[in-house]
Design a protein around this ligand. Structure first.
Ligand code: SIN
Ligand code: FE
Length: 279
């Protein structure tokens, strides 16, 4: 077991590991007038939950509008991905060299009128877990930017991870043997789901579908002004969006051995609670 490093107030990674949530004051992603117009067009159409951009392959997915608009949105998300990487390197320097840039996304819809399936409904408290992209124990760190010029984005936050895991673990079941391998073989998942991924997906679904939990476990609310930027380990802190429109998001992965205190990671906590190795 590694010894926890002493807290450095200039490095946001310590606060993030403790609280799973941190604002980035005075850091705002610049959106041009033309870009804002384009983002607004899709927000008004309201068809997509997520338009995603893969910085590695420079590919945009899910833009339902014209191709030239798509090119402009792609260029903006590429710029956002690089801005977000620089910002994380700057704010959390001790993760530099270990953090992995994953997808960026644009979330256009007005949250208040989102009639989505419960599983996709981020208005319900949940931990993030990816259905097609198993993380294999790596952390999910996300940077969010409220790019709406008028509306606040509002989140509810919930209980700490251990409490959350204790609540739902007894209701989880192991995967049917062979199924994770089969899903990967047919391309339904990008890699084989580990027992960790299996548990996190179930905890995600159990939380979102539990009406009692949804009603009683919202512990505090955070409001993000237009232009505000914030970060969260969304695999650790239950979160739910309450209001807002037009947000950008950048996902990063972080191996647990890059943390100051690996024992506080969801992977190690779940291993401790289940008494077995999960990756
Ligand atoms: C999320 O649930 O990860 C995103 C919430 C939001 O859309 O603000
Ligand atoms: Fe989420």
């Amino acid at each position: 077991m590694q010894a926890p490093t002493l807290d450095d107030p200039d490095d946001l990674s310590f606060k993030l590991e403790r609280e799973a949530f941190a604002r980035a004051p005075d850091r705002s992603f610049d959106v041009s007038r033309e870009e804002r117009r384009l983002l607004g067009v899709e927000a008004a159409r309201g068809r997509r939950k997520v338009v995603s951009y893969d910085p590695g392959r420079r590919r945009l997915k899910g833009w339902p509008g014209a191709q030239d608009e798509g090119e402009a949105v792609k260029a903006m998300l590429a710029r956002f991905a690089s801005w977000a990487s620089d910002l994380v390197r700057d704010l959390a320097p001790s993760y530099a060299g270990r953090i992995e840039l994953a997808r960026a996304s644009y979330r256009p819809r007005r949250i208040e009128d989102a009639p989505l399936s419960w599983r996709k409904d981020d208005r319900r408290l949940h931990l993030d877990a990816f259905r097609t992209r198993p993380v294999g124990g790596r952390r999910i760190l996300r940077l969010f930017a409220n790019v709406d010029a008028e509306r606040e984005r509002v989140w509810d936050l919930g209980e700490d991870f251990t409490r959350h895991a204790r609540r739902f673990l007894p209701l989880t079941r192991p995967a049917t043997p062979g199924v994770p391998t089969l899903l990967a073989a047919v391309g339904a998942t990008k890699a084989v789901r580990t027992p960790y991924d299996q548990l996190m997906l179930q905890i995600h679904d159990l939380a979102k579908s539990d009406e009692g939990y949804q009603r009683t476990s919202r512990l505090r609310q955070e409001t993000f002004e237009p232009g505000e930027t914030w970060l969260a380990f969304t695999d650790q802190i239950p979160h739910a969006v309450v209001a807002g429109r037009m947000m950008l998001e950048q996902t990063f992965y972080l191996p647990v051995d890059a943390l100051h205190d690996e024992q506080r990671s969801p992977l190690r906590i779940l291993e401790h609670l289940t008494g077995r190795s999960l990756v």
